[in-house]
Write a new protein. Structure first.
Length: 187
């Protein structure tokens, strides 16, 4: 079975509750998105820029796209470690990446991502990713991800730079009905 892939510096444990399982006896697929959301909130707190702080700064995030790939089943009362990181920060969007592994044996249960756009809370208009968040991520991850596109092996940085289309432009319009994810073409 596939094991957790580094480098995820952060994880938060989640215990699978009975109501999160289905008739087949394993965790129902939809619950992984709740686990990913727990990962987002706990990660933000761990890096020193909590969701509460984000709100106090007048900033919020809209989830634009989420994806999960299931690798092995998990079961009632099993503890899963939700490994979380920000894999890409654009002008006004970010990608949270996840790998969920069983605490007992390290087997990977699921992996996925959530793409978000940052907005001004009062107007719901798209704004740039706050510098405080960029700095908190860079400090925690010991890396300058302020303008990086750290992908999961799909496209290397050189190919991405040469491309006229950024990965976050590729998202289907149905996931972005208000055009909130569109970045400046020169970005």
């Amino acid at each position: 079975m596939k094991a957790t892939v580094p480098p995820y510096k952060f994880f938060t444990p989640v215990r699978v509750r009975f109501n999160e399982t289905d008739l087949q006896g394993h965790t129902n697929f939809g619950h992984y998105f709740f686990y990913f959301d727990i990962g987002v909130m706990d990660y933000l707190k761990a890096i020193g820029y909590s969701y509460q702080q984000m709100g106090a700064d007048g900033v919020d995030m809209l989830y634009l796209e989420s994806q999960a790939r299931y690798l092995s089943p998990s079961y009632f009362d099993e503890t899963l470690n939700i490994h979380t990181r920000i894999g890409r920060i654009g002008n006004s969007s970010m990608r949270f990446e996840f790998q969920t592994s069983a605490a007992t044996d390290g087997r990977a249960a699921a992996e996925g991502h959530i793409d978000v756009v940052t907005i001004e809370r009062s107007t719901r208009r798209k704004i740039g990713v706050p510098d405080r968040l960029r700095e908190a991520v860079a400090k925690y991850e010991d890396d300058d991800v302020s303008n990086s596109y750290v992908m999961t092996g799909v496209i290397d940085a050189k190919t991405l730079e040469a491309s006229p289309v950024h990965p976050h432009h590729v998202l289907r319009s149905i996931a972005d009905p208000e055009g909130l994810l569109r970045e400046n073409q020169e970005a």
